[in-house]
Design a protein around this ligand. Structure first.
Ligand SMILES: [Zn+2]
Length: 465
């Protein structure tokens, strides 16, 4: 080797070394999510904390991302869970206030940061809340995020409270559905999911067979519906994973918009657990389980149903109220210390007596609402909604009568109360309080759905629209 050549190589090595040192000084840790590179990870927004572009991070974790710039909130949804982050323009300097919530509960982590027109999310907080493990490999200056693959651990058909197929998943994964109309086959694709064992083929009333098969790293569940069967798919959190419910019902030949539309409002949720009944648990959990079964039973009777919440999360009265707009019937469900087989029904209006005013204040007063709102609401009602109030009384009395006729449930109280949640549905909203034992029973969802069906058939609801 000539000396000139070795000098050239020496210079070249020197330049390379210099470039490498410069690159290292400006380098950001590499971010790998499930082995895939996510570009533009940065520790500059909040010193020493990895922030990644929201859309790319959410996609890699199988979550749906929505930015609500108006409210300053970023939401990620996966497997029936909702994670929310406060969205800020300037990263917080000192002590941070609550800024990350999972299903309405505060969890550790900083807010989402908007910079250069793009939303960045704190990698560790988001990944861990969605069940992934996060490791920093100092030697390689790499942040590794690994999500467990999910297993389809169980598949069963449930006839109680309206027929449905339940799929149990061990971890949060994204899913999608496709209905193949000519063959009347519903396909449910579960991403990053293995089938635990050989799950038996299911048979039922509204479907002929349900089978699960592994397909290229995913699992496909195929439900062969009987012609004319309607379905509705919704996820419910379950331990570290979730349950995917496919509610099945008989279509009655009406278009969606012609069907009776019922909104079911499970009381409380999240940080507000309501009354706790020994042996039955919290009101929030009881009302949600009941609402799910009632929704299945109503769907099976050809009605269109929506829930104001389908997970254990806090929803404020104003949001619940908004979801009631356009409903033929809005049913808010609560627990009260009443006798087995009895219930209390309240419709929107000024408080009829001290008990119902007391109840209204209790039910209205969650985080979003302070004292005084009840009075303001009452004023608003008296000024603007008076014609609807009489409808409320009639609907409540008619529903109470049907509940007695089909199931022997007796109304202890039917009274008016200034309840904000019922505002959206105006006169077509009823708040019902049952005993914990009745809400947990097998009979009530079916009898309740029968009562609503009778009411609809008799023109008590639905006809006014
Ligand atoms: Zn309650």
């Amino acid at each position: 080797m000539s000396s000139a050549r070795s000098a050239r190589i020496g210079r070249l090595l020197g330049v390379c070394l210099l470039l490498w040192v410069v690159a290292l000084a400006f380098a950001e840790p590499r971010l790998l999510v499930n082995g895939r590179d996510i570009a533009a990870n940065t520790t500059e927004l909040v010193k020493g904390t990895s922030y990644a572009p929201g859309a790319a991070l959410a996609r890699a974790l199988g979550a749906e991302l929505t930015n609500d710039l108006g409210r300053g909130i970023v939401s990620l949804q996966v497997g029936g869970r909702v994670m929310q982050l406060a969205l800020v323009g300037e990263p917080p300097g000192g002590a941070t206030t609550e800024s990350v919530w999972l299903d309405g509960r505060a969890v550790a982590g900083g807010p989402a940061v908007m910079t250069g027109g793009e939303v960045f999310l704190p990698v560790k907080a988001v990944a861990e809340a969605l069940g992934a493990s996060v490791t920093y490999l100092a030697d390689e200056d790499t942040v590794m995020v690994v999500q467990p693959r999910a297993r389809l651990t169980a598949m069963r058909s449930q006839a109680r409270g309206g027929e449905r197929v339940e799929l149990s998943l061990s971890a949060l994964v994204r899913y999608s559905t496709f209905f193949n109309e000519p063959l009347s086959t519903l396909h449910v694709y579960l991403e990053r999911t293995d089938v635990e064992t050989r799950l038996p083929t299911l048979e039922g009333e509204a479907f002929t067979t349900t089978t699960a098969t592994a397909t290229a790293g995913a699992t496909e569940v195929r439900i062969q519906l009987r012609p004319g069967t309607d379905y509705r798919v919704y996820a419910v959190p379950d331990g570290r994973g979730f349950r995917l419910n496919v509610a099945l019902g008989v279509a009655v030949g009406e278009t969606e918009s012609e069907k009776v539309y019922v909104v079911v409002d499970p009381g409380h949720g999240g940080s507000d657990q309501g009354i706790v009944t020994p042996g039955f648990g919290s009101e929030a959990v009881l009302t949600l389980a009941f609402a799910e079964r009632l929704a299945s039973a109503l769907t099976a009777r050809g009605m269109r149903v929506a829930l104001t919440r389908d997970l254990d999360a806090l929803v404020n009265p104003a949001e619940r109220e908004k979801l009631g707009v356009g409903a033929d019937l809005f049913i808010s469900i609560h627990v009260a210390p009443v006798e087995l087989g009895e219930f209390r029904a309240y419709y929107l209006g000024a408080a009829a007596n001290v008990t119902s005013l007391d109840m209204a204040v209790r039910e209205n007063a969650t985080t979003a609402l302070r004292e005084g709102a009840t009075d303001a609401l009452r004023r608003e009602l008296l000024l603007g909604l008076v014609p609807d109030l009489d409808v409320g009384r009639r609907v409540s009395e008619a529903l109470s009568g049907r509940l007695f006729a089909v199931g022997g449930y007796r109304a202890e109280v039917v009274a008016s109360a200034p309840l904000q949640v019922l505002g959206g549905a105006a006169g077509r909203g009823v708040l019902l309080e049952f005993s914990a034992a009745d809400l947990a029973s097998d009979g009530l969802p079916e009898r309740f759905a029968d009562a609503v069906e009778q009411l609809a058939r008799e023109g008590g609801i639905g006809a006014a629209r």
